[in-house]
Design a binder for this molecule. Structure first.
Ligand SMILES: C[S@@+](CC[C@H](N)C(=O)[O-])C[C@H]1O[C@@H](n2cnc3c(N)ncnc32)[C@H](O)[C@@H]1O
Length: 388
């Protein structure tokens, strides 16, 4: 097997996948790491760099869900052509016969409509090539494969990429316990970054659930690479895996950690069990000393000294009545007015109708998605006097 590994003079192309609305933030994260020739696309950012950057992007990007390395593209009008084009690729370059693999297929605006069928055809062509050459074939393993191949089809343009992340990057590894509706870690980090919090003033999540938002805020403020708690990345199974290089990327990340913070991060929740879960998760993430947790309703919460940023992700109302949800959002507005003076307060919600009951003027509205639910991150500036 052999790989195009790239160097600073001849970088290779990569694609960082993300969630809708986080493309610009991810692009800035990649620029900060030294990526070049960036191109923001829908839910992804194309960029160029070398192997070190591939490792750094996996370790450091808070808003990337995967880092892909494309290696082939072709046109295919139907399944037969798809099979033939996939068969033409020299698969021994990317996959060892003893390794397990899986195919992820994503289809947009195409005559191909069934992503499972596309994945199946791609797999057939790969397996048939191995079998025709050597009489043996690598096995498919859907859950934890050694090698993940991504096929993306837009109209009749097909792009094949190898997935350097393996398990998606939002699986940071720290979240052992969760409540009913935990946020995806990448989304939580993206929300914190969208708030433009300065990382040196107070930070509060008054409805912290399993603690994802405050944990991501603490990781960000302490400059802890979000991938440092992960044990496994896809690139570790690649033939060109450079253990020493990845070791040096991790050592540099450990040296970059800011040991302590001199402001308060507070996570609170009405449910006592949520407070315990959050604490356990923060411990796993290595930031439990940086977050104070409190069992409290938002209306009774006394926040740390302003200025500060408050972010809440209240229930959207799936499990409670319309009256109760309207009342809840109304009480959020009251709490903002009474308890959070001189804070920038943000509400992340998928229930825009209920959010109207907050009854305050928004200064920003950012469109994001929580899975398939269209959401808004609403900003309320709770200044006591006129804004300087
Ligand atoms: C959607 S969950 C938050 C999920 C969280 N962002 C996470 O990643 O796990 C909403 C949380 O709000 C809490 N909650 C509901 N009403 C509250 C209130 N009045 N005051 C404080 N917390 C409240 C719930 O107990 C629940 O944990």
């Amino acid at each position: 097997m052999s790989f195009e590994t790239g160097n600073k003079r001849h970088p290779f192309r990569m694609i960082a996948k993300t969630l809708f609305g986080l493309e610009e933030i991810l692009s800035q994260e990649l620029v900060d790491l030294g990526a070049s020739k960036l191109n923001n696309m829908n839910r992804s950012v194309e960029f160029y760099g070398d192997k070190r950057l591939l490792y750094e992007a996996n370790l450091w990007c808070r808003t990337a869900t995967r880092i892909l390395k494309p290696f082939a593209s072709f046109k295919a009008a139907n399944e037969k052509e798809l099979y033939q084009e996939v068969y033409k690729i020299d698969w021994e370059k990317y996959l060892g016969i003893e390794q397990t693999f899986a195919i992820d297929a994503v289809i947009t605006k195409s005559q191909f409509t069934n992503s499972l069928y596309v994945a199946q055809k791609t797999k057939d062509a790969i397996v048939d090539q191995f079998r025709d050459k050597s009489g043996r074939r690598p096995s498919v393993e859907l859950n934890n494969p050694d090698i993940r191949i991504n096929i993306y089809i837009y109209k009749n343009e097909c792009r094949l990429a190898i997935d350097s992340s393996g398990e998606p990057l939002f699986k940071r590894g720290y979240r052992r316990k969760t409540g009913k509706a935990p946020l995806n870690e990448v989304l939580a980090a993206g929300i914190v970054m969208q708030s433009e919090w300065d990382k040196k003033s107070s930070f509060v999540d008054a409805m912290c659930g399993s603690g994802t938002i405050v944990i991501e805020a603490a990781l960000l403020a302490r400059n802890i690479a979000p991938g440092l708690t992960r044990k496994q990345f896809g690139f570790m199974n690649w033939p060109d895996y450079d253990k020493e290089l990845f070791g040096s990327v991790c050592s540099k990340a450990r040296e970059a950690v800011i040991p302590k913070l001199n402001f308060e991060i507070l996570g609170a929740d009405l449910r006592e069990a949520a407070v315990y879960d959050s604490k356990d998760n923060a411990k796993e993430a290595g930031v439990v000393e940086n977050i104070r947790f409190k069992h409290s309703a938002i209306k009774d919460l006394i926040p740390p000294e302003p200025p500060g940023v408050l972010i809440i992700n209240p229930p959207y109302g799936e499990r409670i009545s319309i009256n109760e949800i309207e009342e809840l959002y109304h009480s959020i507005g009251d709490a903002f007015k009474h308890n959070f003076t001189d804070y920038d307060a943000f509400v992340f919600s998928g229930n825009l109708k209920a959010a109207k009951n907050i009854g305050l003027r928004t200064s920003r509205r950012i469109q994001l998605y929580n899975g398939s639910i269209e959401c808004r991150l609403l900003k309320f500036e709770m200044y006591s006097g006129s804004r300087k």
